[in-house]
Design a protein around this ligand. Structure first.
Ligand code: SF4
Length: 501
């Protein structure tokens, strides 16, 4: 890709070489023509891939056979071909470099991103046979050579004594790399290698350490270098919305089209919030019931979630009004100040856009709650002590709480939420990768009876609501689904309607 002002270059590297394998140092940006939609799709696919790597890295011991097998099968299932792999790194670099104004957010993400990329790289590298590894190193200007059998025989005793876990048989069977001492400082520091005349002799299984260090350094530099493109990116009206969207996007279903509009009655919400709402929505619901009010961040997050699980416009208006008039807002003020924004959320006002419920990524990364707010992700935004108390109130076992807090400490917020799901649903393995609060809800309902809960409860006294809901359903389905490129823009527009005076 090209940024403004640069001369167009033609790639001299054949595509087969650029996209011939998964293992890359990503030193050469793609210089072919790539459409913006491909650019965006590849980036979203890569985020999905990295999320899978993260999930497995937490649920399995890295480098063990079960970890490798599971990662291999999941990568196969994701089916991420070579070309998107090679291309997708570049929008992702821009994405991480550009979007997060807060230094701590950027630092969190930078570390997360590099860690997942390094784990993925390690997997691909260790999948190669030694000959392919050597070829890869040479291709990337890491001119390390393996020593000959004669040299191995001459240094056999020193190699056995200096290298970890190497026996006489292994010395003769496996390759040893001769690497400049300064490139192997980590292994030297750990006294894991034999040193002679400025060279470290590295057993085959340890060469990956050096390559990974190199990869990590290159990636960090690439992120730093990306900063140079920022002025061009910020002024490029095509790229900016795309990158913005990526930060809020979540990979998978966006829950913008509700299939069960009107299938949930207002009476069910209290019970559903305890059984099937993720913690973020459970806490919003609870504080709405307690305070009869939510500030705009909470109304946005919770309102769109409720819409996503199937509340019709009429139900939403009734739900919010009933609660608000129990507090300091009278019916007249509600109709004037709040009803419009709810209709707007359902695409009945303004640009008539059908808004999409927030993904976990959006909740976690944008608009952190401040004093008096109840929105956000409790796993990301709550103080650990407060989170612990909340979990205790929700009857999570002490060992479960510890597991959750460990995941939170490692910044695995969605995995912590998934653990909460498993503990509260009494299952060992939730077997889905959590990306969205509405996905949490659907998975929970599936588990608790394939959504029969909703239908069964609905059958009883809710006929009148069902009827009015079905009217809302028709209206809602008329609204066309959004194109992803407009999403961020539209959400910002909606947010402005929710701002309190
Ligand atoms: Fe909500 Fe997602 Fe956070 Fe879970 S991880 S609490 S679903 S935002």
């Amino acid at each position: 890709m090209q940024f403004g002002g640069r001369k167009k270059k033609i790639s001299t590297i054949p595509q087969s070489e650029l996209y011939g394998q998964h293992l890359q140092f990503y030193g050469q940006p793609p210089l072919e023509n790539i459409s913006l939609s491909e650019f965006e799709t590849f980036a979203a696919e890569r985020l999905k891939l990295l999320k899978t790597v993260e999930n497995l890295g937490v649920s399995h011991v890295k480098l063990t056979e079960p970890y490798r097998r599971k990662l291999e099968s999941q990568l196969k299932a994701l089916n991420f071909p070579y070309r998107p792999d090679a291309v997708s790194m570049f929008p992702i670099l821009l994405h991480y470099k550009c979007l997060f104004p807060s230094v701590s957010q950027r630092e969190d993400l930078r570390r997360w991103f590099i860690q997942q990329e390094v784990d993925l790289f390690r997997f691909h590298f260790t999948e190669l046979v030694p000959k392919q590894q050597l070829a890869f190193l040479h291709k990337n200007n890491l001119h390390y050579d393996t020593i000959s059998s004669e040299e191995k025989t001459a240094l056999k005793d020193q190699l056995i004594n200096s290298s970890f876990g190497v026996s006489g048989i292994k010395v003769m069977e496996h390759e040893f790399y001769k690497v400049p001492f300064q490139d192997a400082l980590d292994l030297v520091r750990l006294r894991k290698v034999y040193l002679k005349q400025g060279y470290a002799y590295i057993p085959h299984q340890d060469i990956v350490t050096i390559v990974l260090n190199d990869f990590r350094t290159r990636l960090s530099k690439a992120l730093a270098l990306t900063a140079r493109s920022l002025p061009a990116v910020h002024s490029d009206e095509r790229l900016q919305p795309l990158l913005n969207h990526l930060s809020h996007a979540y990979v998978g279903q966006d829950y913008s089209i509700q299939k069960n509009v009107g299938k949930i009655s207002l009476d069910q919400i209290d019970s559903l919030s305890g059984k099937s709402f993720p913690l973020c929505m459970r806490q919003l619901h609870q504080s709405l019931r307690e305070n009869h009010h939510l500030r705009h961040g909470g109304r946005m997050q919770y309102g769109l979630f409720l819409k996503g699980i199937g509340l019709s416009l009429e139900q939403a208006l009734q739900f919010w009004k009933m609660e608000f008039i129990r507090g300091k807002v009278d019916a007249d003020k509600f109709d004037k100040a709040y009803a419009y924004s709810i209709r707007h959320m359902f695409g009945k006002e303004g640009k008539r856009t059908d808004y999409t419920p927030y993904s976990c990524m959006k909740v976690i990364l944008s608009n952190p709650p401040s004093q008096g707010d109840h929105h956000g992700c409790p796993f990301r935004h709550s103080d650990p002590e407060l989170l612990k108390q909340k979990l205790q109130v929700y009857k999570v076992s002490p060992s479960g709480i510890n597991q959750i807090l460990e995941l939170v400490k490692g910044m695995h917020y969605q995995l912590a939420c998934q653990k909460y799901f498993e503990l509260t649903h009494n299952i060992e393995d939730s077997s889905f990768s959590l990306n969205h609060p509405n996905q949490y809800f659907l998975e929970s309902q599936k588990l608790l009876g394939g959504g029969k809960d909703i239908k069964r409860e609905m059958d009883a006294p809710q006929r009148s609501q069902e009827n009015s809901a079905s009217k809302g359903s028709t209206g809602t389905q008329e609204v066309a689904a959004n194109t992803s490129q407009h999403l961020a823009e539209m959400t910002e527009d909606l947010e402005s309607f929710f701002q309190e005076a």
